[in-house]
Design a protein around this ligand. Structure first.
Ligand code: KG4
Ligand code: ZN
Length: 331
């Protein structure tokens, strides 16, 4: 009998993922079935194909994660499953699978907000975050800044008014003919160019909200007129504008009230340039930079399992399956 393991299940977008994690955040197994090849042909995630691919791979992915961790389903402490936000068809595959397995195995199931999963990713394998902390979440679907006084005490300072920064990276990647997903390719190309082109830095000088659609449109106008040998400089200028906005807002939040650490999570936190600039900012301000290891920056199920442990630690015991809230709207 293993009392101390949670199975995490993540299927909110284009990866089917399952992982087994203990209460200290140690990852006993993690399996990700990527759909990148399926969506590459369409230049973005095709929701119906994503749902179908989840249906095909979810049971095998969970089986592998359990086998790798050497645990049986009925011996789990609980299942944590992403309940939203995300593609509704994809989410339903994970939610229904988790609920069915939980009923069969007689274990509780906890619905986890995907963003809460990302923010817990910084504590996977070892506890890194010291509070109070400023959180910058930069994923494909979201961009937000928050102040955290504990793993579950989060005050959102600001979000994006339009595109997320990851979405802007992906769209600029597509404009430059870099395929899908564009973010990593834009990051790599930018490192070979010079930030020589003046681009807008929306909302840089005010508050904590973000806006990236104007920047994206400005890049699109420049790409339309530029020769291909200017692409590296365009990518470098775009990344420079994004990071200038992100780092300026982090600096503002870190200096507005005392903070021990800056936590940066979500797929764009895999960017080498973002990591370097955040490192310099934190060194200057004397703040700890907390980044998840690269493999936990992008979508995975280990972060969902760790977030589920937070619920078990609450005073109220986890709800039995029939009463588990699976609302997909709550943060
Ligand atoms: O967190 P994530 O895996 O999925 C969502 O929850 O959305 O984030 C995916 C986003 C995509 O926009 C992808 O292009 C971006 O993260 N991304 C990167 C890098 N790796 C992934 N952006 C910049 N540099 C990277 N190395
Ligand atoms: Zn994500």
């Amino acid at each position: 009998m293993t009392d101390g393991l949670i199975l995490g299940i993540e299927s909110s977008c284009d990866d089917t993922a399952a992982a087994v994690v203990d209460a200290a955040g140690r990852v006993h197994s993690s399996v990700i079935a990527s759909q990148a090849d399926i969506h590459a042909a369409h230049g973005g995630v095709y929701p119906e194909l994503a749902s179908r691919a989840h249906v095909q791979s979810i049971i095998a992915t969970i089986d592998r994660a359990l086998a790798d961790a050497g645990v049986r389903g009925q011996d789990l402490r609980a299942i944590g499953v992403t309940r939203g936000p995300g593609l509704i068809g994809s989410l339903l595959v994970g939610l229904n699978t988790a609920t069915g397995l939980a009923m069969g195995w007689g274990v509780p199931v906890v619905g986890i907000n995907h963003l809460r999963g990302h923010l817990r990713s910084a504590d996977l394998e070892e506890a890194r975050v010291r509070f109070p902390a400023i959180l910058l979440l930069v994923s494909g679907g979201h961009t937000l800044l928050a102040r955290m006084t504990g793993p579950t005490e989060i005050d959102v300072l600001g979000g994006t008014r339009d595109d997320s920064v990851g979405e802007a990276y992906d769209k600029v990647g597509r404009m430059l003919g870099l395929g899908y997903p564009g973010g990593p390719a834009v990051d790599r190309l930018a490192a070979t160019g010079a930030p020589s082109i003046q681009l807008p830095r929306p909302l840089r000088n005010e508050g904590y909200e973000f806006s990236f659609s104007g920047l994206k449109s400005a890049v699109s106008r420049i790409v339309a007129q530029a020769p291909p040998d200017a692409h590296a400089d365009i990518a470098a200028s775009f990344v420079d504008a994004c990071l200038d906005v992100l780092m300026t807002k982090c600096r503002r939040a870190l200096t507005a009230a005392p903070a021990e650490s800056l936590v940066i999570v979500g797929g764009v936190a895999a960017s080498k340039q973002l990591r370097a600039q955040a490192g310099a900012l934190c060194a200057e301000l004397g703040v700890e930079l907390c980044l998840p290891p690269l493999r936990w920056s992008t979508d995975n199920a280990a972060m969902i399992a760790l977030a589920a442990w937070d619920y078990l630690a609450l005073d109220a015991p986890p709800a039995p399956v029939a009463q588990t809230r699976l609302s997909i709207t709550e943060f």
